[in-house]
Design a protein around this ligand. Structure first.
Ligand code: SF4
Ligand code: SF4
Length: 181
């Protein structure tokens, strides 16, 4: 046994230190939040309940049914059913997400070239039935109206998911390889 350890064992210094810390915090206000009465806002860019974004002009779903989100989804929980309209345009008849299988990785949001699918900041959606977690296109559009909307939409995609090219501009003082002169 080393001398230090011997002193600590005999004089119970670790216990005294612990008691001192307890006494120090004994009269400070508690940090526990009384959820659900006290709520903390979700962090911006939070990965919550899914939504399908609407086009700002037409109000229709932005999704064009390309299938990239479904292809990249590691849980394979996105189902897209498309059809051809009479004027040979692709229409998204059904867009469905099985939320209970989702791992909230956000890859679908990153992969979508049209900023059409989102993970909103809403996280309180417990239910007694599994059906409530099977999101149809209509439910996903309603989620967008309720938990996102155009204002949040701009911030959400631009800041967190699809930063536009000017965010990646080369800083003026950055060294650039120019090859042999
Ligand atoms: S949500 Fe985006 S990636 Fe998925 S099918 Fe629609 S347009 Fe394509
Ligand atoms: S967040 Fe990930 S797991 Fe969930 S639907 Fe999107 S790609 Fe699939």
């Amino acid at each position: 046994m080393t001398f230090n350890r011997f002193v600590k064992t005999v004089f119970l210094t670790e216990i005294v230190k612990g008691m001192a810390l307890t006494l120090k915090t004994f009269f400070s206000p508690p940090v526990t939040r009384q959820y659900p009465k006290e709520k903390r806002p979700a962090a911006p860019g939070f990965r919550g309940l899914h939504a399908l974004a609407r086009d700002f002009q037409t109000g229709e779903a932005r999704c064009v049914g390309c299938g990239l989100c479904a292809a990249v989804c590691p849980s394979k929980c996105i189902y897209i059913y498309t059809a051809d309209s009479l004027d040979h345009k692709k229409i998204v008849e059904r867009y469905e997400i099985e939320v209970l299988r989702c791992v909230f990785c956000g890859l679908c949001v990153e992969a979508c070239p049209y900023s059409a699918v989102a993970l909103t900041e809403h996280y309180e959606y417990s239910d007694y039935s599994r059906d409530a977690f099977y999101m149809t296109k209509e439910k996903l559009l309603a989620n967008y109206d309720k938990y996102m909307g155009p204002e949040k939409d701009r911030e959400y995609y631009r800041k967190f998911w699809h930063p536009t090219s000017d965010d990646f501009g080369t800083p003026a003082n950055q060294a650039v390889f120019r090859g042999k002169q």
